[in-house]
Write a protein that binds this ligand. Structure first.
Ligand code: SF4
Ligand code: SF4
Length: 358
C-alpha cells in the first residue's frame, strides 16, 4: 500500500478536561480565594470574582452499570447544572453555583440510594483496582471486598469523625496497582505456583517468565521431553509475578490465596517523605461474599486510631508516635513471623524522597 493511501492513526488518550468543566470553574480557573467545608460531603469554593461553587460528593460502586449511570446523570441534569466529574476514588461530584441547590441535590442523591460524604476527616470511599473486568492477574474480587467493607464503614464515610482523612485501598493482586493508602487490603499467596507443563511450551515465552521473578526462583527445564519451567520452591516468595506472563503457572487457590492488611502508607508532601506501608495482619481468609475476618480487622484498626490519634494525625503519624509494639498491643493483632522483612533483594530505603536520583 502506498504511503498516501494509508489511514492516519487516530490519536486517542485523555481529552482536554476544560470542555467538561462547570462554566464557573472554567471562568475562575486558578483564581480561587478560599474554600470551606460546610458539612460532610460538601465543599464550597469561593473565587476572587465573588463566584461560589458548591461541590457535593457522592459514592458510587466504581464499576457502574448503565442503569446506575443513567440515574446519576439524570440527577445531575435535574438538580445540578448538568456537569459532573469522577474522582480517583470512584466518587461522583456534582457542582452547583447556589447554596439553595445543595439540599434538594443531596435529597435526590439519597432518595436514589447513593451516599453523600467522603470529604475532610472521613473514611473516604475505598479505592479498588480494575479486577476481573480488565485485568488478567486478579487473585481476588476487589470490588466485592470494597462493597462488604464500605457497608460496615458507611457511618465513617458520611460523618467526619476521624482524626484525619483515611484512605483505604484494595488490590486484587499482590504486585501491581492497589495499595496506596493508610490501610491497604491486598492478596497474599501462600504457596508457589503449580505449573501445568503441557501448556507452558504453547502459551509462555519462557525468558520473559524467568525475568519476571524478583528472586530468580524460575529456571527453564525440559519436562517429559518438552520445554517448560521449574520453580525453586525454597526461594519462591509466592508473589504471583510469574502468573501474568504465564497463566499455566497457576498461583490462585481458594484455600491458599489469603488476604493481608498493610497500614501507614502515605504520599510525600511538602513537609514529609513518603511513608511505606507495613504488614500488620497476614493469612486472613479470603472469604466472600462478606469477608467478615478482614472487615473486623479494619474496623478494629480504625477504632483504635479514632480513639488514640491526635487531631490531624494520619494513621502513619499516629503509629510513629506510639510505636509499632504499642500498635500491636492496642489493636490486639498477633505479631508473627510474616512481619519480619527478610527479603534480601530489598534496598534499604527504596526511593524514599521526591528528589530525582539517577
Ligand atoms: S491490582 Fe493487580 S490484578 Fe488488580 S487490576 Fe491491578 S494489576 Fe490487575
Ligand atoms: S511466585 Fe514470584 S517468587 Fe515465586 S516463582 Fe513466581 S515470580 Fe518467582
Amino acid at each position: 500500500m502506498a504511503l498516501e493511501d494509508m489511514r492516519s492513526p487516530i490519536e486517542s488518550g485523555c481529552p482536554d478536561g476544560f470542555q467538561y468543566m462547570h462554566p464557573a470553574m472554567r471562568k475562575n480557573f486558578g483564581q480561587w480565594k478560599y474554600h470551606e467545608h460546610p458539612r460532610p460531603g460538601v465543599l464550597l469554593h469561593v473565587a476572587h470574582s465573588g463566584d461560589e461553587i458548591w461541590t457535593v460528593k457522592c459514592a458510587t460502586q466504581r464499576i457502574l452499570d448503565v442503569f446506575s449511570l443513567r440515574t446519576l446523570m439524570d440527577i445531575g441534569d435535574k438538580f445540578a447544572d448538568g456537569y459532573i466529574r469522577f474522582t480517583l476514588r470512584s466518587n461522583i461530584e456534582y457542582m452547583v453555583t447556589k447554596e439553595a441547590q445543595v439540599e434538594p441535590l443531596i435529597k435526590a442523591i439519597e432518595d436514589a440510594g447513593f451516599m453523600v460524604g467522603g470529604t475532610a476527616n472521613s473514611v473516604a470511599m475505598m479505592s479498588h483496582t480494575q479486577g476481573w473486568l480488565h485485568c488478567d492477574i486478579p487473585g481476588t474480587d476487589a470490588s466485592g471486598v470494597v462493597k462488604a467493607m464500605m457497608d460496615e464503614l458507611i457511618d465513617d464515610f458520611k460523618e467526619c469523625n476521624m482524626p484525619n482523612r483515611v484512605h483505604i485501598t484494595t488490590s486484587c493482586c499482590q504486585i501491581n496497582c492497589g495499595g496506596q493508602g493508610d490501610i491497604a487490603i491486598n492478596v497474599q499467596h501462600t504457596k508457589p505456583p503449580r505449573i501445568n507443563h503441557d501448556l507452558v511450551a504453547n502459551v509462555c515465552e519462557r525468558p520473559t517468565v524467568v525475568a519476571r521473578c524478583p528472586v530468580a526462583a524460575i529456571r527453564p527445564a525440559m519436562v517429559n521431553g518438552r520445554p517448560s519451567l521449574e520453580v525453586d520452591e525454597k526461594k519462591c516468595i509466592c508473589c504471583g509475578a510469574c502468573f501474568p506472563p504465564c497463566p499455566p503457572m497457576q498461583i490462585n487457590d481458594p484455600e491458599n490465596s489469603k488476604l493481608a492488611i498493610w497500614v501507614g502508607g502515605n504520599h510525600s508532601n511538602a513537609r514529609s517523605k513518603p511513608s511505606f506501608q507495613k504488614l500488620v495482619a497476614a493469612g486472613i481468609p479470603n472469604n466472600p461474599p462478606r469477608w467478615p475476618e478482614a472487615t473486623a480487622i479494619v474496623k478494629r484498626i480504625l477504632k483504635e486510631y479514632k480513639e488514640g490519634a491526635k487531631d490531624w494525625e494520619r494513621i502513619n503519624d499516629w503509629i510513629d508516635r506510639i510505636g509499632w509494639p504499642r500498635f500491636f498491643e492496642v489493636t490486639g493483632l498477633p505479631f508473627t513471623k510474616y512481619h519480619i522483612d527478610n527479603w534480601r533483594g530489598a534496598r534499604n530505603s527504596l526511593n524514599a524522597s521526591t528528589h530525582i536520583r539517577f
